[in-house]
Ligand binder design. Structure first.
Ligand SMILES: NC(=O)c1ccc[n+]([C@@H]2O[C@H](COP(=O)([O-])OP(=O)(O)OC[C@H]3O[C@@H](n4cnc5c(N)ncnc54)[C@H](OP(=O)(O)O)[C@@H]3O)[C@@H](O)[C@H]2O)c1
Length: 264
């Protein structure tokens, strides 16, 4: 069974990955990494349930040692250092963390010259399929339909719009021959003007414990098409991440996404 290292082990996703591993043991856990400020350094990786026998460390190089693949569900600020450590050790890396800035993406692209790097802001298989449906709808309906993207997440989420909402916006823009940055409407507050033709609007709600919901609305006079994905349990992201991590082992160096994993 291949060895897996997890960055962000103490978080909601880190623990969901352990739950998914328990349900379907495709890997054995070889390393568990948290931040240097973590209250759980030196403790057992599993916060509850069956112990893994792996202790939490803040030392990336030690945490990934011996792993066949690493998955990163830490926060955006940790990603660059994790990618650099994986590139130095020659370990394939799946990036599940979101909110990564341009400098962070530059580091990921540099790491991808040495190792396979899969950037997956949403590892749910259902979301990847929904994105494909969104591309089809955008190409078929054309730019005369108003597109609005609505996302809802739990109160703790830091980045907005969600990376998944942005990816859905990219899918619409690409299918319509647009550049997202030129047509995106992130805020209408204080702007007393009608909606501009061809724009793609984004709205973010943050409330309670919502795991993640995305709706893409295509609206014209007389009709509306809506494509919605609702995640009700983080286990769906964890299962998809493990499937993607298995796929990543043995790939050539380069940048990949979930569509490569699913072949769609
Ligand atoms: N790809 C997907 O499908 C998907 C799905 C859900 C969430 N996400 C993204 O995944 C990330 C984690 O989400 P979450 O809800 O699990 O967050 P969370 O509960 O806040 O967990 C964050 C984890 O990262 C660790 N961490 C923070 N800064 C770090 C650093 N500099 N170096 C190493 N570890 C660090 C934390 O450890 P300590 O606090 O113990 O130090 C904790 O284990 C977020 O970016 C979220 O948007 C992606």
């Amino acid at each position: 069974m291949p060895a897996l290292a997890i960055f962000g082990i103490t978080g909601r996703m880190g623990q969901s990955l352990l739950r998914a591993l328990h349900e379907s043991p495709a890997f054995h856990l070889s390393g568990a990494i948290a931040s240097s400020a973590s209250a759980r350094l030196g403790r057992e990786a599993a916060g509850e349930g069956a112990p893994t026998g792996v202790l939490i460390t803040a030392d990336s190089a030690a945490g990934i040692s011996g792993a066949a693949v690493a998955v990163d569900f830490s926060l955006a600020e940790g990603v660059a250092a994790h990618a650099t450590a994986c590139a130095a050790a020659g370990i394939p890396l799946l990036i599940g963390a979101t909110g990564i800035d341009a400098a962070g993406h530059g580091v990921l692209a540099a790491a991808a010259r040495n190792i396979p790097v899969l950037i997956a802001p949403n590892t749910s298989v259902g979301v990847s399929v929904a994105a494909k449906l969104v591309s089809l709808a955008a190409a078929g309906l054309g730019s005369s339909y108003d597109v609005e993207i609505l996302e809802t997440h739990h109160r703790m989420k830091r980045d907005a719009p969600s990376a998944t909402a942005l990816a859905l916006g990219e899918a619409v823009a690409r299918a319509r021959g647009q550049t997202l940055s030129e047509v995106a409407a992130y805020s209408r507050s204080g702007r007393h003007e009608a909606r501009s033709l061809g724009s793609i609007g984004f709205s973010s709600l943050r409330a309670g414990d919502v795991v993640g919901e995305h709706t893409v609305i295509f609206a014209a006079d007389g009709e509306r098409v809506e494509i919605t994905h609702r995640a009700t349990d983080r286990i769906t992201f964890a299962r998809g991440a493990l499937r993607a991590a298995e796929w990543l082992i043995g790939r050539p160096a380069g940048l990949y996404d979930m569509h490569d994993v699913l072949g769609i």
